[in-house]
Design a binder for this molecule. Structure first.
Ligand code: PMP
Length: 498
């Protein structure tokens, strides 16, 4: 059993070590070694979940605040700003937290803090209820039955197509194809539109920032077609180099496939401008909206993209459903992808006629309940307002950046002009595994890894990073807790060279 030390002793010993280093004129490029007492205190805090020291967790909050104060006095040694300058923004959406039942739960005895929103978001009760209500009262297959339940289910399903169109400001429901998610949506476009439009010698442009789901379908297509995949470069900030992009565009460019928001760097790409430039050269544009749809108001008509793709599960809806928006004349020109039930007009053994778009692209039984759940997610988001969400999240991101910048040895990866949703970082001297373990023990769900964007990370000389990603329910208090835990693991395992 560890003996619990007094936090004041820990802070005092740390202050003394820091001051000694500074007085000796040593370059304080590294944080001084932690004392045994401090390490004991750290173990005590770790054991607080299962040992007789439950009070350690709250005690450490004060310790961390003291470390913070101490560090703020040492700004000449560390490039940090005093935490007293950081005013936590208001949390105008905090009231919505109660709509998400999972946020009530504890993990390892601590309230869950969900910072893995870029991987998937949590679901409000309204979405859970919509799915449950469908199975409880309306379950039937759609578009194929004359009986009451089938007609009800069909009407509910079709109504969501209208709601999606309104949500992204598409001209009509005819522009909306339901798929399983972004990955399936991009594969669908590559296998239909790409198959028809890309020929030997043509060029397809993707950006350095893309998720693998917006690289691999195009890479495979280009290999099959003897076409060329080119990469739109970024700068050290993680922003698109617009002039280089413009220089890459030529009459050979048939397609530009880009994220609206990068899932690992968080860059908001200048898509409006990029789309206009692509169109000027006669190229089509596919926008991967997986990471913009939960954070921004989307207007596909104003953007003028040719396709826009997103997943339901990243916008507080269920897994198993996603959307491809396509311009109507393009969708109408496409051959079917998967063939089977539900997408035909007439079938014989010698010849078959297919249904019009969008049914033509929805072979087989759709994930009906998930589509209904997606409709509920849209209603939920609209009841808050996407502009309101965008504004609140912008404040939260600015606060998160400012707070994390204060953690010694923490390095934020890139610094794009507009960072949305995702904040990647590493702490020098602390392994990602240790980091993840500390955070998990503190109830903080945050992902480490390559985030399915290996080329983007390789650009920043990283293979794997930690990524905090935010949603509408996250609060400045949660960011504070993240900062505290990062400070704590920085001052513990970081020095042991683990
Ligand atoms: N593109 C981006 C930018 C993403 O963030 C993701 C999911 N991480 C995807 C595509 C793939 O989405 P899904 O797994 O829902 O198909």
């Amino acid at each position: 059993m560890h003996e619990r030390i007094d936090e004041a002793t820990f802070v005092q010993s740390m202050a003394q070590t820091l001051m000694r280093e500074l007085a000796s004129g040593a370059a304080v490029s590294s944080i001084p070694p932690i004392t045994d007492a401090a390490r004991d205190a750290h173990h005590a805090s770790q054991n607080s979940v299962t040992t007789p020291f439950p009070e350690a967790a709250t005690g450490w909050a004060e310790t961390d605040a003291a470390i913070h104060r101490l560090l703020s006095q040492l700004t000449f040694a560390y490039p940090i700003s005093a935490p007293t300058h950081l005013h936590a923004p208001a949390a105008p959406l905090a009231g919505y937290r109660r709509d998400f039942p999972i946020l009530q739960r504890h993990v390892h005895g601590k309230p869950l803090i969900w910072f893995d929103n870029a991987a998937t978001s949590q679901k409000p009760q309204a979405v859970i209820d919509a799915i449950s209500n469908f199975y409880t009262h309306h379950n039937a297959n759609i578009h194929r039955g004359n009986h009451h339940l089938s007609q009800q289910a069909s009407a509910m399903f079709d109504a969501v197509r209208d709601r999606v169109a309104t949500f992204i400001q598409a001209p009509s429901a005819a522009n909306i194809v339901f798929v399983r998610g972004t990955t399936e949506g991009i594969n669908f476009i590559a296998n239909t539109f790409g198959e028809c439009q890309i020929h030997a010698g043509d060029e397809v442009l993707v950006s350095q920032l893309e998720h693998h789901s917006n690289i691999l379908p195009w890479q495979k297509l280009c290999q099959q077609k003897n076409a060329i995949l080119r990469v739109i470069p970024i700068d050290q900030q993680g922003d698109i180099l617009l002039e280089d992009y413009q220089a890459l565009l030529s009459k050979k460019t048939k397609l530009v496939a880009i994220s609206h928001v990068s899932n690992v760097i968080g860059t908001l790409l200048p898509v409006q401008e990029m789309i206009a430039l692509a169109h000027h050269q006669g190229a089509y544009v596919v926008l991967d909206g997986a990471q913009s749809i939960p954070h921004l108001p989307i207007n596909v008509t104003a953007l003028d993209c040719d396709f826009f793709v997103f997943s339901g599960h990243k916008m507080y809806g269920p897994t198993g459903v996603g959307v491809v928006y396509g311009k109507q004349h393009l969708l109408e020109s496409l051959p079917p992808w998967q063939v089977g039930g539900g997408m035909i007009q007439h079938v014989t053994f010698t010849e078959s006629r297919y249904a019009q778009s969008p049914q033509r692209f929805e072979a087989g039984t759709a994930s009906i309940a998930d589509v209904i759940g997606l409709g509920a997610a849209i209603d939920y988001l609209q009841s808050i307002g996407m502009a309101t969400i965008q504004h609140a999240e912008q404040q939260l991101m600015a606060y998160a950046v400012a707070q994390l910048e204060q953690v010694p040895k923490l390095r934020l990866i890139a610094a794009p002009r507009h960072r949305i949703g995702a904040l990647p970082f590493i702490i020098e001297g602390v392994t990602l595994e240790d980091l993840a373990r500390h955070l998990d023990q503190a109830g903080i769900a945050l992902r480490i890894g390559h985030h399915c964007a290996q080329p983007a990370l390789a650009f920043f000389n990283q293979q794997r990073v930690a990524r905090a990603s935010f949603g509408l329910y996250n609060t400045p208090a949660e960011i504070d807790q993240l900062t505290r835990v990062l400070l704590r693991c920085n001052y513990s395992d970081g020095y042991s060279g683990k």
